[in-house]
Design a protein around this ligand. Sequence first.
Ligand SMILES: [Zn+2]
Length: 113
Amino acid sequence: MICPKCEYEYVDGIKICPDCGTDLIDKQDFEGNLVTPEDWKIIYTTSEIYIADMIKANLEGAEIECMIIPQKDSSFPAVGNLAVIKILVQDKDILTAGEIINDINNTEITDEE
Ligand SMILES: [Zn+2]
């Protein structure tokens, strides 16, 4: 258990932080809450949702958390599909995620030969 305000860990059985009186939360939940947008970096952009889905599936298969942010660029006239889909991963996963995405791209090229 951990206090979300003080970020101190407490032994099981303690439910309220002795320092600030905040309800303690599960450590796993706390680490989930630590994820802020600053921790996330764009690792790939594509205009094809199926590519974004494929990369997400591969990253999740490697137990890498990722976010897909679809965004339309409204500063251009709407000709064709101008949606840019961003794939984000956390800082700590960038290297691994980059390798996985490279592998996907290499595999696609090989398949076309
Ligand atoms: Zn506290």
